[in-house]
Ligand binder design. Structure first.
Ligand SMILES: *[C@@H]1O[C@H](CO)[C@@H](O)[C@H](O)[C@H]1NC(C)=O
Ligand SMILES: *[C@@H]1O[C@H](CO)[C@@H](O)[C@H](O)[C@H]1NC(C)=O
Ligand SMILES: *[C@@H]1O[C@H](CO)[C@@H](O)[C@H](O)[C@H]1NC(C)=O
Ligand SMILES: *[C@@H]1O[C@H](CO)[C@@H](O)[C@H](O)[C@H]1NC(C)=O
Ligand SMILES: *[C@@H]1O[C@H](CO)[C@@H](O)[C@H](O)[C@H]1NC(C)=O
Ligand SMILES: *[C@@H]1O[C@H](CO)[C@@H](O)[C@H](O)[C@H]1NC(C)=O
Ligand SMILES: *[C@@H]1O[C@H](CO)[C@@H](O)[C@H](O)[C@H]1NC(C)=O
Ligand SMILES: *[C@@H]1O[C@H](CO)[C@@H](O)[C@H](O)[C@H]1NC(C)=O
Ligand SMILES: *[C@@H]1O[C@H](CO)[C@@H](O)[C@H](O)[C@H]1NC(C)=O
Length: 896
């Protein structure tokens, strides 16, 4: 542009000379014309060449910009605001939207501070030039300071006097980094600070660019500069980044000094820091900060404590360079840092502890953070963390608590290395907790910072009660959005495969599903106690919100009542209820569970059931896998999970028949032992899901009303014994809803019917021991899973996708969802005047029964009227009768 202006200028000057020549009247006319024409030609030629030259410059510039954005791969990095930020070229940066408005300020709200650490008494030349560069900035800063050692003070003052700047520039004495930062902390009044190393000579647009970029939403929370350093991957060498290429800065043949064409994150900035005043207190948050090189200290503390990344911006020309000299200061600084890096033990210790270097940030996906307190915990967690590190797109970071606690970062790195291919890439950090200080507060701060820095989505640690590490971690996570998984050490081995198999989105919902245990009992205290004991000794994997309610019917005996009042339940809240009017099973079961919300699951247990220690594992696994994963919409017809493996089919018209799913699946595409979906509801240990259970409640209310009062709807399930032989059983009505909707329950299918619950088939409301008949236990009883064989017995050692599960009907025959749904629709159309609210299997359900309980309104009105008339008649008769009775009674009394 500068060049172009010059050429135009000479062109105008020439034109003026020509004009004066032409106006001279003494020239013969013909000559005048000749001269005029040739001059015109001449001028045109000059003009044309000029134009061409300008065009070329423009197009070269254009090409340069183009090639930059096309050939340089854009670097991606993340800022604290979590939106992925693309690396920008110089031109792109200045096209970002910025709220910086220079017209609002007389002086820009910036304090420029030169850190004069020059020891040469006589040489003021560099400061002199540095100040000149500051005064020629296109934007004027509010204040300019020089900090200097006491020895240099006089020297600096002398220079300022010579330059008549004593009123304009403040001078502060400082001894070391700490004192330097103290001064900055205490005295700066402006919003922004530009820290300069001694001798750095700014390009004149530098300040303007920094203000512009730091007021964009992309960079407003980043530490900015134009020169920086990356620590290498293997942590033994440095790569330095220049802000312009000079013959001197490209000196190194191993590519250790580079020039960056896009904004890019670095481990630390050098020479120039553009930062916000409000960040200064953060620089004091590290214990050993004073002993670190300033470059490392600034970047590391901002990154670690506030997630403020260090970014170097690209430059284009001298105006934008951080140091305009051809022999830039960066190579010198860089060599100093290399020396310190290999010898400075404080710095080494920081690196050793795994302090946040961006070099370590592998990916933004599936971030899991694990905390290990000592070598004892490490052993329990090893398989889990190794397997997690090899799974999906997980990126695993492990935080150790340090030497005093028995495991430091380097030791853990060694262990991981020894695992070879069994372990994937894992980043290790060390909190270096000091046993002699307040452990809880150290862990509280340390974990908080690591969460702030790593932003994990999931945090896993050992559940060890009455332990200050555990308590410290638990309180430090408050206020963060992170899924915490607290595992009792001895139970980790059971949960490992589950955690590996769950989709990450389901794993993140670890704490969402809540279970309420609902026990139905009356007068079998021994059974009840066996059930509760089995529940009490099951594994809950750190979940401590399993509420347990005992629902006693009216006929509860004193032993049962006493037992209920006394037993202890430590896995969640305990509730006991007692009915005063005998309800029977239907209300007892139906009214025990009603969901609090759609993450609230009910497990219904009659007292003669007993559970396996792994029952909760089965539930946790199936619920998270099918209800909280990415394809949860596929399982909307799943109404529950059975703990019990069916070995009898009760719904044949002719009566009960033995059942073995293996014989059904054998020879089909399904594995013989695949868990399967069935329309049969299980009452011997099963989880019921909130949506469909709620729908069932609505259904039952109207269904019972109709059956006992109005008789408008006759729901008969074709070929199902439940519709012909069963009376007033909650399962009978549930089967109606299931059939109409095409709902299913998930069943286990292990060898020999091994299950998570069994029924001891004791004499009770539904089971009657008959002479000459086999003991019901031999018919219904199944072995409980006592050994940990869950994953081993599942086909391919894990739960298959929902759509790959076999679907069976009320008689245990293999079928498809489509078929089930069509059967339901057929029946629906016979019994209801409204069409079903869903049509095909992919239609979303709304879990409302309005479409089923839909009869002719007029008929309904009449039926209700008739019923009420009859009811009124009956009650008035009985009122008359009771009045008569009372009169008689009074008569008798009076007679007496
Ligand atoms: C940065 O910009 C974003 C988006 O405009 C805004 O929400 C945020 O508060 C800004 N942060 C700072 C430190 O100015
Ligand atoms: C570390 O990296 C440097 C430079 O990339 C290389 O020369 C050195 O051999 C590496 N050291 C190890 C232990 O890998
Ligand atoms: C490490 O470097 C800092 C800053 O240069 C210095 O203050 C400190 O004394 C050094 N520490 C050691 C142990 O060399
Ligand atoms: C510094 O290292 C990080 C992590 O490897 C990388 O993303 C970044 O691009 C590097 N910085 C530069 C300027 O190459
Ligand atoms: C891993 O991430 C990539 C890129 O986002 C994605 O395409 C892939 O499906 C992910 N893999 C798994 C197993 O989640
Ligand atoms: C880490 O722990 C190991 C084993 O306890 C020990 O030998 C080593 O010195 C420790 N390293 C550091 C840096 O403290
Ligand atoms: C459950 O176990 C705990 C100890 O683990 C015990 O204190 C409690 O009494 C047990 N409760 C029952 C009902 O067995
Ligand atoms: C199968 O289960 C029954 C109990 O239902 C048990 O008696 C039998 O020993 C089991 N058989 C095998 C092979 O485990
Ligand atoms: C179910 O299968 C049995 C044979 O196992 C067959 O007799 C019966 O008809 C089937 N029932 C239905 C409803 O398809």
């Amino acid at each position: 542009m500068y060049h172009k202006g010059n050429l135009h200028f000479s062109y105008h000057k020439r034109a003026r000379i020509t004009c004066s020549l032409l106006s001279s009247s003494s020239f013969p006319r013909i000559f005048r014309y000749i001269i005029l024409i040739s001059l015109s030609l001449f001028l045109f030629t000059i003009f044309y060449l000029n134009f061409k030259a300008n065009q070329q410059i423009l197009s070269e510039q254009h090409n340069y910009i183009n090639s930059e954005s096309e050939n340089t791969p854009h670097t991606h990095f993340e800022t604290s605001s979590t939106n992925a930020l693309e690396g920008h070229t110089y031109v792109e940066l200045l096209q970002l939207e910025s709220t910086w408005n220079p017209t609002l300020y007389k002086n820009a709200p910036v304090t420029i501070i030169i850190n004069n650490d020059n020891n040469d008494q006589k040489n003021n030349r560099n400061i002199d030039k540095q100040l000149d560069a500051i005064f020629s900035q296109t934007v004027k800063p509010e204040s300019i300071w020089i900090t200097t050692s006491a020895e240099q003070e006089e020297n600096v003052n002398k220079l300022l006097k010579e330059k008549r700047l004593t009123d304009i520039i403040q001078v502060y004495i400082r001894d070391d980094n700490s004192a330097y930062l103290q001064i900055v902390q205490q005295k700066v009044q402006t919003k922004y600070i530009l820290l300069l190393n001694y001798g750095v000579i700014l390009g004149n647009q530098y300040l303007q660019n920094m203000l512009y970029v730091s007021n964009t939403k992309e960079y407003n929370n980043t530490l900015l500069g134009t020169m920086g350093v990356n620590l290498s991957n293997n942590e033994t060498s440095l790569t330095c980044y220049e802000d312009h290429i000079t013959s001197h800065s490209t000196y190194s043949s191993d590519g250790m000094i580079k020039y960056s064409r896009t904004s890019i994150r670095v481990d630390m900035l050098t020479n120039i820091w553009f930062l916000q005043k409000q960040w200064i207190p953060i620089l004091f948050k590290e214990r050993d900060a004073i002993d670190l090189p300033l470059e490392f200290l600034i970047s590391i503390t901002l990154q670690y404590h506030s997630n403020i990344p260090s970014i170097i911006l690209p430059t284009l020309n001298q105006e934008s360079w951080g140091d305009v000299r051809s022999t830039s200061i960066q190579p010198v600084i860089c060599n100093n840092l290399r020396r310190k890096f290999s010898s400075n033990t404080t710095w080494k210790h920081y690196i050793e502890r795994g302090y946040p270097l961006i070099i370590k940030e592998t990916s933004n996906q599936n971030k899991i953070m694990i905390i290990l307190d000592g070598i004892y915990q490490e052993k329990y967690f090893r398989t889990l963390y190794c397997k997690l590190s090899l799974t999906r797109n997980n990126s695993i970071s492990i935080i150790t608590t340090g030497n005093d606690r028995g495991l430091n970062a380097s030791e853990l790195r060694k262990i991981i290395k020894n695992e070879k291919s069994l372990c994937g890439h894992i980043d290790v950090y060390d909190l270096d907790i000091n046993n002699n200080n307040n452990i809880r507060s150290q862990i509280y701060k340390g974990v908080g910072h690591m969460i702030e820095y790593l932003r994990p989505e999931i945090l896993i640690y050992a559940k060890v009660t009455k332990n200050s590490i555990f308590q410290g971690i638990s309180s430090s996570i408050e206020g963060f959005i992170v899924t915490t998984i607290k595992l009792p050490l001895e139970e980790i081995e059971f949960i490992t495969e589950l955690m590996i198999d769950l989709p990450f989105s389901a794993l993140k919902k670890w704490n969402e599903p809540k279970i309420q245990l609902q026990i139905i009992t009356q007068n079998r205290p021994d059974s009840l106690s066996r059930l509760i004991n089995s529940l009490n000794t099951s594994y809950y994997f750190g979940d401590d919100n399993i509420s347990l309610t005992v629902n006693m019917d009216r006929g509860a005996d004193p032993v049962t009542m006493e037992f209920c009042l006394k037993f202890l339940w430590n896995h969640g809240s305990k509730n006991v209820r007692h009915r005063v009017v005998q309800g029977g099973l239907l209300p007892a079961v139906m009214e025990s569970y009603y969901p609090n919300d759609y993450n609230d699951y009910g497990i219904l247990l009659e007292d003669d059931v007993e559970v396996s220690p792994f029952y909760y594992l089965w539930i946790k696994y199936t619920i998270l896998k099918y209800r909280y994963g990415p394809d949860k919409h596929l399982s909307q017809r799943l109404f529950g999970i059975s703990l019990y493996g069916q070995r009898q089919m009760e719904l044949h018209i002719i009566g009960r028949r033995p059942y073995d799913p293996e014989s059904i699946f054998h020879g089909t595409k399904f594995p013989d032992r695949s868990p399967y979906l069935s329309q049969v509801p299980c009452s011997w240990g099963a989880v019921y899901f909130p949506e469909i259970w709620r729908e069932f409640h609505d259904f039952l209310v109207e269904r019972l009303d109709d059956e006992t009062k109005y008789h408008l709807q006759d729901i008969i399930i074709p070929n199902s014994r439940s519709s012909f032989k069963w009376k007033k059983s909650w399962k009978k009505y549930l089967i109606e809803l299931i059939y109409l909707r095409g709902y299913v329950m998930l069943y286990p299918n292990f060898k020999n019917f091994t299950s998570f619950s069994t029924n001891h088939a004791e004499i009770g409301i539904h089971i009657h021991r008959k002479k000459d008949k086999p003991d019901p236990v031999t018919i219904f009883g199944v072995p409980l899973m006592k050994e940990f064989t869950l994953y081993d017995e599942l086909p391919n050692n894990h739960l298959t996708d929902f759509t790959d599960l076999p679907v069976t009907d009320l008689w245990g025959n293999l079928t498809t969802f489509n078929d089930l749904i069509n059967r339901g629709i057929n029946l629906h159309n016979q019994i209801s005047q409204c069409p079903p609210h869903f049509k095909k299997d992919d239609d979303l359900l709304n879990f409302s029964t309005k479409d089923i309980l839909c009869v002719d309104e007029e008929k309904k009105r009449i039926a209700i009227q008739n019923y009420e008339k009859k009811h009124r008649a009956i009650s008035s008769v009985s009122k008359i009768l009771s009045d008569v009775q009372i009169n008689l009674l009074e008569l008798l009394i009076n007679v007496n």
